[in-house]
Design a binder for this molecule. Structure first.
Ligand code: TYM
Length: 322
């Protein structure tokens, strides 16, 4: 069984792409760690009260997914080794390689008021992963480049200072690794999209989900078919539905082929509603028992520290700080 590490930023806007591309592929295996990466959330503007609440609701979501049993759920800032290792890796990462990160290019390059944290963020992510000697990092397509940078940094460190880090692999699902915006299927679904109809939030009501799917952009023609180049809108809905209900894309497409977009979207909406509702309800229930969330996070913190502390010591030893 491969040990895994993954993380999610605590925003109040966790969307279906996060779930399909990442969360649903996180397995509650012993020795795997799933992290609410609150320090990463400081890399763009934030409101302290909102952040505090979002850390708890994101932890509740991970707990609702069963990740607090078997695997460990914790908050990044509770384990100070993450920030400490990040400094060491900041001194090994190179300006050139960080400048090539497409996420930084799309969010920040050329903007004078962008934080330094947004630029060095992939090195904090590398620290998260490398502290736990994991083989796998289950993520959506947009994080692949960051995991590849993590591999490069691990290899650079090991060749200079000796074999300290396990070199991890990204684990990316074949279908659903890049869920697209419902309003513009050329762009990925994203929490930062200002158009609320572009994304389905895991906190959305059944009615809101139905409305968003029914108004999703489809393509010209009437036929329901999987063809990402020619029919990106319909193909995105087919991928969403297939990953959530487990039926192959071809079978779904065949069922709706001649029924028109209206019937197809009603079918997709029902699948999404049925997938999101139990999560939304469980999160709500868990949030009414904050002590249970605290217990999970405390167990997670203790387990994470048991791995992170000796690993940071090995790093300090290797680089000459100890
Ligand atoms: P974040 O919080 O933006 O997203 C969490 C996960 O959701 C995936 N994702 C998507 N997958 C498919 N389609 C989409 N439209 C979509 N949008 C988001 C992301 O790929 C991600 O897997 N830097 C990371 C968090 C992080 C991390 C880590 C991840 C910090 N440290 C260590 C793995 C390991 C981020 O901001 O993800």
């Amino acid at each position: 069984m491969a040990k895994a590490f993954s993380g999610i930023q605590p925003t109040g806007q966790i969307q279906l792409g996060n779930y399909i591309g990442a969360l649903r592929n996180w397995r509650p295996d012993p020795g795997s760690y799933y992290c609410v990466v609150d320090l990463h959330s400081l890399s763009q503007t934030w409101e302290p009260a909102e952040l505090r609440a979002n850390i708890r609701s994101t932890a509740a979501l991970l707990q609702a997914l069963g990740l607090g049993e078997g695997s460990h759920v914790f908050v990044q800032s509770h384990v100070h080794e993450h920030a400490e290792l990040a400094w060491v890796l900041n001194c090994l990462g190179r300006m050139g390689e960080l400048s090539r990160m497409t996420q930084f290019k799309s969010k920040g390059r050329g903007k004078a008021d962008v934080s330094v944290g947004l630029f060095t963020y992939p090195l904090l992510m590398a620290s998260d992963i490398l502290l736990y000697s994991v083989q796998e990092v289950p993520v959506g397509e947009d994080q692949k480049q960051h995991v590849e940078l993590t591999r490069d940094i691990a290899e650079r460190f090991n060749s200079r200072f000796g074999p300290v880090f396990t070199v991890p692999q990204p684990r990316i699902a074949e279908v659903g690794a890049r869920v697209m915006s419902l309003r513009n299927p050329a762009e990925k679904m994203s929490k930062s999209d200002p158009d609320p109809n572009s994304k389905i939030l895991l906190s959305d009501s059944d009615e809101a989900i139905q409305k968003k799917i029914m108004t999703a952009v489809t393509d010209s023609g009437r036929e329901v078919a999987y063809d990402p180049a020619e029919k990106p809108g319909v193909s995105n809905l087919l991928e969403i539905a297939s990953t959530l209900c487990g039926e192959p894309i071809e079978a779904l497409a065949a069922r709706y082929r001649d029924q028109g977009y209206g019937a197809f979207k009603r079918g997709v909406a029902e699948i999404v509603v049925e997938a999101v509702r139990p999560l939304r309800e469980q999160v709500k229930e868990l949030l009414s028992d904050p002590a249970a969330i605290e217990r999970t996070l405390e167990e997670g913190r203790a387990a994470a520290e048991r791995e992170a502390r000796p690993m940071l010591d090995r790093v300090k030893q290797a680089v000459g700080l100890l």
